[in-house]
Ligand binder design. Sequence first.
Ligand SMILES: [Zn+2]
Ligand SMILES: [Zn+2]
Length: 259
Amino acid sequence: MNIRILGAHALESTTTQFVSILVDGVLALDAGGLTQKLSLQEQEKIKAVLLTHSHADHIEGLAGLAMHAFLSNITIEVYAIADTITALTTHVFNSVIHPNFTRMPSPDKPALRFHTIKPNRTQNINDYSIFAFPVRHSVPSVGYQVTDQEGKSILYTGDTGPGLPSCWESISPSLLIVDCAVSDRWISGAPALGHMTPGLLKPELVKFRQGKGYLPPVVLVHMVPMLDEEKEIAKEAAQIAQELNTTIKLGYEGMEIDI
Ligand SMILES: [Zn+2]
Ligand SMILES: [Zn+2]
């Protein structure tokens, strides 16, 4: 399984994009900076997009991809929980902000086709086994475990505050991609915003290891790239990695991982 981090940050700039992760070139997890780092040919290979929640920094790239699909007469299959689909069809693809690509060019063969994901059950999507699990954020949100036909799997939390272990029982990923928006300077305020810091992540990883008997490598995403936050996160994450004798890396645009 090839994992390509297209966007790893909470702000966009010449060097940072909103979070989006591409699996094997065909399956996108969130659509923040989905299109900026992909050629048009690469965009045409995307078969499905899994959205964690409705916030703009996770769906922004969908409009460009949908326009491309519309012009190419192809359909992008988009999977999300019901709340996210309602938010997108009501407020985004509503013929005011963006064209209603769910009915264009025709209702039978639209540029975007939404499918409702139900949490806590496994679903097959394009040769992948997908398990969605609820996470703690300011709007209804899920994370995803994605497993390929060889049994390789990754887990992506999307935006989440602490309190993940209830989902650990159902999953066995080889890689964790986890929200870590800010450093421990914000440790008391981050949970209310539905985000993680290294210090909040540590007990989650400890519980994972206790429950599963192993701890996969961890990649952090959604970092705030200002106020030296990323440097602080890197320092704090390195300390935790040492204490837990594991690997924790900060994600970055262009990062590729093969598992
Ligand atoms: Zn969010
Ligand atoms: Zn976000």
